[in-house]
Design a protein around this ligand. Structure first.
Ligand code: F6P
Length: 341
């Protein structure tokens, strides 16, 4: 029997390092066989697999994306759920799954585990929004990419004397914005955890202009002004029923320009934050997660997700990993806000 690996949900730098870590430890230490399900849960419900032997994972930890492909397919809804997953696993000789994914993926993994399917989870998200782990791999890379982009926005902003608004990802938490904004020396960091007024944003921008500098405003896609009920969303819902976010930067830019009188441009960094080579930190974390996931399979820790606690890898139950977001605390925001304006 084989262990099946799948990568599901939005891709994330470091996915290949998890796959490599799992296959290397599983084959070398435990003499296990692996297959890879293609395109996340879609491959599991369609029975679409590729071989995963040692030769298939050579040198991949530095590659972005995922060699298995991914999708936001939900195995439930119209896709047959546990019965179809069980039947396909039996037919393909797969007795357990390592599911690498974020909240949506792990929620589906929990429902399947409750139905008796043997699954261990690996947390993955650039958003760093899972509460049961100190860090998710991919986050460090996304922050580095966003910081590099902002350094570039600042030189063009300085040259033209413009206010630059950089919109970053993060869904309903502000970690990417907080870290990249601090690293790039942003003059305002707008995050979902802190509703802010347009007057306050304009005041921060104005004080930068008054000092003769070009302001940089970082906004997380999930941010909302104090006058808005929810985050800005204009692209409907994803397969897990969550709103697709994005576009708040373009809304704020003309408001800033109108209030402060400085020419203002918005840039949405978008999927660039998820692309390309993972940082060394993410490769190491992802490799350790992959190896720990195989240990969990060997020890039959079904329904549990590997997680980082300090510098140690441990494991937590899916139910403890879900439902509570890892949000930016008031103290972390207060610390950053000393640098605003
Ligand atoms: O969860 C990761 C993430 O990149 C979010 O930051 C973002 O809101 C979303 O996925 C984008 O999803 P998609 O790739 O489906 O457009």
């Amino acid at each position: 029997m084989s262990i099946g690996i799948l990568t599901s949900g939005g891709d994330c730098p470091g996915l290949n390092a998890v796959i490599r870590g799992a296959v290397l430890k599983g084959t070398q230490i435990y003499n296990k066989k692996f297959v890879g399900f293609r395109h996340g849960w879609r491959g599991v419900v369609e029975g679409d697999v590729i071989p995963l032997e040692r030769k298939d994972i050579q040198g991949i930890s530095k590659q972005g994306g995922t060699i298995l492909g991914t999708s936001r397919t939900n195995p439930f809804e119209a896709n047959g759920g546990a019965d179809v997953v069980r039947a396909n696993m039996e037919r393909l000789g797969v007795d357990s799954l390592i599911a690498i994914g974020g909240e949506g993926t792990l929620a589906a993994a929990k429902r399947l585990t409750d139905a008796g399917i043997k699954i261990v989870g690996v947390p993955k998200t650039v958003d760093n929004d899972l509460s049961a782990t100190d860090y998710t791999f991919g986050f460090d890379t996304a922050v580095q990419i966003a910081t590099d982009a902002m350094d570039r926005l600042r030189t063009t902003g300085d040259s033209h004397g413009r206010c630059m608004v950089a919109e970053v990802m993060g869904r309903h938490v502000g970690w990417i914005a907080l870290h990249s904004g601090m690293a790039a020396g942003a003059h305002a960091i707008l995050i979902p955890e802190q509703k802010t007024s347009m007057d306050q944003i304009a005041a921060w921008v104005q004080s930068v202009v008054d000092r003769g500098r070009a302001p940089l405003v970082v906004v997380a896609e999930g941010f909302h002004l104090d006058t808005m009920d929810d985050a800005h969303s204009e692209r409907g819902l994803d397969a897990f029923g969550r709103p697709r976010l994005g576009g708040i930067g373009e809304l704020l830019a003309p408001e800033i320009e109108a209030r402060v009188g400085i020419e203002t441009r918005a840039t949405t960094l978008g999927h660039i934050q998820r692309g390309g080579t993972p940082t060394a930190y993410d490769r190491v974390l992802a490799t350790r997660y992959g190896m720990a996931a195989v240990d969990s399979v060997i020890h039959a820790r079904w329904g549990r997700m590997v997680s980082l606690s300090g510098t140690s890898i441990t494991h937590v139950a899916f139910e403890d990993a879900l439902g509570k977001l890892n949000t930016v605390s008031q103290s972390r925001y207060d610390e950053a806000s000393i640098l605003f304006g």
